[in-house]
Design a protein around this ligand. Structure first.
Ligand SMILES: C[S@@+](CC[C@H](N)C(=O)[O-])C[C@H]1O[C@@H](n2cnc3c(N)ncnc32)[C@H](O)[C@@H]1O
Length: 216
């Protein structure tokens, strides 16, 4: 039997989970509201989420900053189906455009109609993307001049008890989620390569990492 692709794995993972996703993740995908508040896009600006899942972040961002245009990309058809239904229920299809794509190489101009965005963000998706460094590199190339790249994800639990970290990591591993402990080092290298400034924080005792990279 051919081995399962990453996209097939995601669809299998989310086939049933997507129906309870928003409710359950509220309790442990910490820092997402902070990321949304920090987007603060310019009037008429564009915001792209990579690995948008059910589109909850985009819906919340659109409510908070109604003057911007919103875009989302995800590799799971199942998640996008749930996201499209959520947009339709709220009559947001005209303001939030979604597309199927792999974070490492999607063609933003072909799938979303534009090649650069004022804000680009990852929320708990880098920890699910095996070649996460390539996804970051691709995203940095999509940030418009004066724009920024925002990230929130699981961290290395540096200030939590070792037992808490062990339990969290083994639970996440069941879903092929891997906290990116090298995120700060990778973002430092990325900011040097792309001429971005970096602000990196360990929040909730390292449970999450939060970063903003700005292009001048
Ligand atoms: C944990 S969910 C996070 C969803 C949403 N960003 C949030 O904060 O609730 C991770 C998402 O990343 C998507 N994903 C994983 N690998 C991907 C890839 N290579 N390209 C695009 N999306 C990917 C998954 O399908 C899933 O929807």
């Amino acid at each position: 039997m051919a081995s399962e692709s990453h996209a097939e794995h995601l669809d299998r993972n989310y086939r049933y989970q997507r129906h309870v996703y928003d409710l359950t993740r509220e309790y442990y995908l910490l820092g997402r509201k902070r990321l949304i508040a920090g987007l603060n896009p310019p009037k008429g600006g564009s915001v792209l989420e990579i690995g948008c899942g059910t589109a909850l972040n985009l819906i919340r961002a659109a409510a908070r900053f109604p003057d911007a245009r919103y875009y989302g990309v995800d590799l799971s058809r199942m998640m996008l189906e749930t996201a499209e239904a959520a947009l339709a229920r709220r009559k947001l299809e005209g303001r939030i455009k979604l597309a199927l794509g792999d974070a490492t190489d999607f063609d933003a101009r072909a799938t979303l109609g534009q090649a650069e965005f004022d804000r680009v963000f990852f929320s708990y998706s880098l920890s699910m993307i095996p070649p996460w460094e390539a996804a970051l590199d691709h995203a940095a190339g999509l940030v418009a001049r004066g724009g920024s790249l925002h990230i929130v994800d699981f961290g290395g639990c540096e200030q939590l008890p070792a037992s808490a970290k062990r339990i969290l990591y083994s639970w996440l591993a069941q879903f092929r989620v891997t906290p990116r402990e090298a995120l700060e080092a990778e973002l430092t290298a990325l900011s040097n390569r792309h001429g971005l400034s970096l602000n990196f924080e360990r929040i909730y005792r390292g449970y999450s990492y939060y970063a903003v990279l700005k292009r001048n």
